[in-house]
Design a protein around this ligand. Structure first.
Ligand code: PGA
Length: 235
């Protein structure tokens, strides 16, 4: 069982987001009719722009598609006087199950500190959202040091080397595997650790072989490509 997480970042509009899930359903139905559907156990999740979470949750339920939803970031604060913030407690009731936290783009563009990111993890867990905590080697240990052990064990971690994100130059599976092992020694052997950075339908199998799943940006944007990722297996 692998996690296949599609991070849409600031892509798609409402119409194309809804068309994505309809096409995904159609593709899987067509494959089933041809007995060509890999009835796999991968857990597929998409992280659309936050504004599309509600209409997508409705559409996914309507289509009976087994597709989870993640928010791309969330506030480090609880509900209250925080104008403009998306707080964890408001997400759970919308059918959102996961929260990407600490993506390198969010860390850089919003000047997020390791302390704020640790608070986001706590907020997510308090409100029944499973954190997908993104880490790279330079701050792996310092970030982990700020998260209590009982919270570490409830995270999904994504190893996201900066040099591999959006560059078409992924870490080699061998090198990624070394860091994934290190993350498991810090977070616990049972914590799922994903790899992210230039994963696509052609190379995914070698990453599934050394990880518990993948976090994918550009190759998750089209339904056909995401469907291939969803049905991929380790080689
Ligand atoms: P990419 O993005 O797949 O486009 O490299 C990965 C990420 O940002 O998590």
């Amino acid at each position: 069982m692998s996690y296949i997480v599609g991070n849409w970042k600031a892509n798609h509009n409402l119409a194309s987001a809804l068309a994505f899930v309809t096409e995904l359903k159609d593709l899987q139905q067509a494959q089933r009719q041809k007995n060509n559907y890999a009835d796999q156990t991968n857990i597929a999740i998409i992280a659309p722009p936050a504004l599309f979470l509600v209409p997508l949750a409705q559409k996914i339920a309507e289509l009976n598609l087994h597709l989870g939803l993640a928010i791309q970031d969330l506030s480090s604060d609880d509900s209250g006087a925080h104008t403009g913030q998306i707080v964890a407690t408001n997400l759970t009731e919308l059918g959102v199950g996961y929260a990407i936290i600490g993506h390198s783009e969010a860390r850089a563009e919003s000047n997020q500190t390791t302390a704020q990111i640790a608070q986001k993890v706590a907020q997510a867990l308090t409100h029944s959202l499973r954190p997908i905590l993104c880490l790279d080697e330079p701050y792996l240990q310092s970030q982990a040091d700020l998260i209590p052990d009982d919270q570490k064990s409830r995270c999904i971690v994504a190893f996201e080397p900066l040099s591999a994100i959006g560059t078409g130059q992924p870490f080699t599976p061998q090198n990624a595997s070394l860091v994934i092992k290190k993350i498991k020694t810090i977070f616990g052997a049972t914590v799922p650790v994903l790899y992210g950075g230039s994963v696509d339908p052609q190379n995914i199998s070698s990453y599934l072989a050394i990880s518990d799943g993948v976090l994918v940006g550009s190759a998750s944007l089209r339904a056909e490509s995401f469907n291939q990722l969803w049905q991929a297996r380790a080689n």
